[in-house]
Design a protein around this ligand. Structure first.
Ligand SMILES: NC(=O)c1ccc[n+]([C@@H]2O[C@H](COP(=O)([O-])OP(=O)(O)OC[C@H]3O[C@@H](n4cnc5c(N)ncnc54)[C@H](OP(=O)(O)O)[C@@H]3O)[C@@H](O)[C@H]2O)c1
Length: 372
């Protein structure tokens, strides 16, 4: 009998979703990509080519992708759905998903940015990762994969993840997974919140003057920018400490995910191939601000306030971004109200997400396999 091909629905038809789809297909998975019907910016050209997509860089070749704009088709296609929309698009997707019974589905948000706390629906299992496995861009309808991470961080919302789901998720992802103690640890490990907003803010004049005609990391992450990032990073690590976590520095997490060994932020900016060729965006209306400020910095800041941690470096970044853009991110972003954490006390918050000693899912799964 032919082995059954695992199926995966990918919700989000941008470079990150396409890279994952192409990579999964090349390893024998059966993939369907869903694009929201009003968000066809990238899907349009691929659909126009009959689903054919040229991929260059860290992944190479042609992929023929199956794409749908019908969410019901994506739900029926697979019990495993990977969300690759930016976190700013998760609410829109949730409105679509909420019309269906997903109690037997597993949803993995890549990246999550605490998607599981805003989901507000009964799903079999929700997991989230800290980053996308790929650094990638669309260029004239082609996909360029600048880098593929060797590892990303992941956690389920509920700690009682069954070994069957654990194994299914581990077998689907084309990169190594480090299982974290909670979705809070995963969110604190999305180091884009440390890198992106400050690089944008501290280079705002240059971005607007040149319409982004410079290399964001290589030219824009200098010593003083790195110093400001380190101040934000220290707050992030202190928030982690309150939950019993010993988080790596931002450069440490980036090193872990890309399998690199850079000594510091400037070293990474100068020498990391997936970073040092990235052009700056043409203006400040970019997800380096519009995603990472409301869905990471506001979230970290709100947690810090609840925990009684001085988060003035993060607050300073948010306020400056609000002054520069006129957008009230503290109000619209993932504050405690949006995360459904407003009513709980500091100790309840810590208890809910604290690192606990437990038998790891990996050990549980291995025990079960060895008993078979
Ligand atoms: N690409 C990378 O190198 C990279 C690296 C690290 C992390 N990530 C993260 O991975 C995620 C996806 O990245 P990406 O580059 O693929 O993003 P993207 O192209 O900006 O968006 C992915 C898809 O989501 C759609 N979308 C955007 N807003 C939406 C909304 N409100 N409702 C429904 N659909 C919406 C986009 O459609 P439209 O464009 O038509 O709106 C696109 O089809 C982001 O969170 C990003 O920060 C990406």
């Amino acid at each position: 009998m032919e082995p059954v091909q695992p199926t995966v629905s990918i919700v989000g038809a941008g470079p990150a979703g396409f890279a994952l789809a192409a990579d999964l297909q090349s390893s024998g998975k059966n993939v369907l990509v869903y694009s929201h019907p009003t968000h066809l910016r990238h899907a349009k050209s691929v659909l126009g080519n009959g689903g054919r997509l040229q991929v260059t860089g860290a992944i190479n070749g042609f992929a023929t992708l199956r794409i749908t704009c019908n969410i019901e088709e994506a739900i029926t296609f697979s019990k495993v759905m990977i969300l690759t929309v930016p976190s700013t698009g998760q609410e829109t997707v949730l409105q679509e998903l909420k019309r269906f019974d997903l109690r037997r589905h597993t949803i993995i948000a890549v990246p999550g940015n605490l998607f599981s706390l805003i989901a507000g629906m009964d799903v079999g299992c929700i997991l989230e990762t800290n980053l996308s496995p790929y650094s990638c861009r669309m260029d004239d309808g082609d996909l360029i994969v600048l880098g593929k991470k060797s590892r990303i961080l992941i956690a389920p919302l509920r700690r009682d993840l069954s070994p069957a789901i654990y194994n299914a998720v581990r077998n689907i992802f084309p990169v190594e997974l480090r299982w974290c103690s909670s979705v809070i640890e995963v969110c604190l490990s999305n180091v884009n919140g440390v890198f992106h907003p400050l690089m944008m803010l501290m280079n705002a004049g240059r971005i607007e003057n040149t319409a982004g005609d410079f290399l964001l990391y290589r030219d824009g992450l200098t010593n003083s920018v790195a110093n400001a990032m380190l101040a934000v990073d220290r707050v992030r690590i202190r928030i982690g400490n309150s939950f019993g976590l010993h988080l790596e520095s931002a450069v440490g997490i980036s090193n872990e995910c890309y399998g690199q060994g850079f000594a510091n932020l400037v070293d990474l900016a100068q020498n990391s191939p997936p970073h040092n060729k990235l052009k700056a965006p043409g203006d400040l209306e970019n997800r380096n601000i519009s995603e990472d400020v409301p869905d990471l910095l506001v979230c970290w800041y709100s947690l810090a306030v609840k925990l009684g941690i001085d988060a003035s470096p993060i607050q300073a970044v948010i306020i400056l971004v609000e002054m520069a853009t006129g957008v009230s991110y503290l109000e619209s972003g993932r504050n405690l109200r949006k995360l459904n954490l407003e009513g709980i006390s500091r100790s309840e918050l810590v208890e809910r997400f604290r690192r606990k000693r437990r038998v790891s899912n990996e050990r549980k799964a291995l025990t079960i396999v060895s008993r078979l």
